[in-house]
Design a protein around this ligand. Structure first.
Ligand code: PMP
Length: 296
């Protein structure tokens, strides 16, 4: 995948400049130690114009990730949102993925950063990824213990764990890895949260050992609107085995049905599942077609 071309503009520390003319210092603390925070945000072409979905929540989380990792965040979030809209316009992007990254300046020591920068870049991303059902495997890698690294923070270094798990799953022929926490409870996929359906209710792992995503929060909001009971609790692999259906959700993934997890194949037809209703409601929400006629 090509993320930029010779015309692409990025935002770097208050300036718009060409991606091909930009550079970074090879002695940066973030490059060497993964000491950086980032976001993954989506913009959609809606009938109300181009909209960044839940922009404020994403920039709030970016600031919170920095706070949890003692990385300074000296920017005004409203200003960053404004600049992000400008970035989309400059790059003529409508359906897009937006990647803000806060990274630290050169410092080879393991102490506080010598300075911070913010990069915002964006690239074209299809409006809605579709209905492919995913084949998951339970990873041999666990999610890190939140006493080792703040799991509520979206820190670059945390993603070594995600890359290891995804790569191992892909080598075995699976689409995605499902990771357990250090106590053996279901945590999340390498870049998405999980929901299970059982007897007309949804279940999702409680926060603590996961990145409790903005899409996860949106699914819970949709459940309230659609009058679907949604319960947060510790979930076991046995719960997964007993589930009628399951889905992943995340900014990039949106809402994606799960066909199977290793030898566990879900009984319900996806189109008859709560996940399918949520998938359609989510699509309507991000595209600002706010009606909930999808209720089955
Ligand atoms: N968990 C992990 C590990 C993730 O990387 C993501 C993607 N940011 C999510 C969950 C879902 O978060 P969100 O819905 O905020 O994109």
């Amino acid at each position: 995948m090509k993320y930029y071309n010779s015309n692409t503009i990025i935002y770097l520390d208050g300036r718009f400049e060409k991606a091909v003319d930009s550079s970074t210092d090879l002695y940066g603390q973030s490059l060497h130690y993964g000491y950086a925070a980032f976001e993954g945000i989506r913009a959609y072409k809606t009938h109300n114009g181009n909209r960044i979905f839940k922009a404020a929540a994403h920039f709030d989380r970016l600031e919170r990730s920095c706070q949890l990792a003692n990385i300074p965040f000296p920017w005004d979030k409203q200003d960053l949102i404004k600049e992000t809209y400008k970035l989309l316009t400059l790059n003529k992007l409508k359906d897009a993925y937006i990647r803000p990254l806060v990274f630290c300046h050169p410092n080879m020591k393991l102490n506080e950063p010598s300075g911070v920068s913010i990069l915002i870049c964006a690239w074209d991303w299809d409006a809605y990824s579709g209905n492919k059902l995913l084949k998951l495997t339970i990873s041999d890698y666990e999610r890190p213990n939140p006493k080792s690294t703040p799991m509520e923070a979206k820190l670059s270094g945390n993603y070594v764990n995600s890359i290891l798990a995804t790569t191992a799953a892909n080598i075995k022929g699976y689409d995605e890895a499902l990771l357990l926490d250090m106590h053996g409870f279901i945590a999340e996929a390498s870049g998405a949260n999980i929901f299970l359906e059982k007897d007309g209710k949804l279940y999702t792992p409680s926060p603590g050992n996961i990145l409790s995503g903005i899409t996860r929060a949106t699914v819970k909001e949709l459940c309230t609107v659609l009058d679907i009971e949604c319960i947060e609790k510790k979930l076991t692999v046995e719960d997964l085995r007993q589930a009628d259906s399951a889905f992943l959700c995340g900014t990039a993934t949106e809402v994606a049905g799960i066909a199977s997890v290793d030898d566990i194949v879900f009984r319900s037809l996806w189109r008859e599942s709560i996940g399918y209703t949520i998938q359609r409601a989510y699509k309507n929400l991000v595209l600002e077609k706010v009606n909930y006629e999808v209720i089955i």
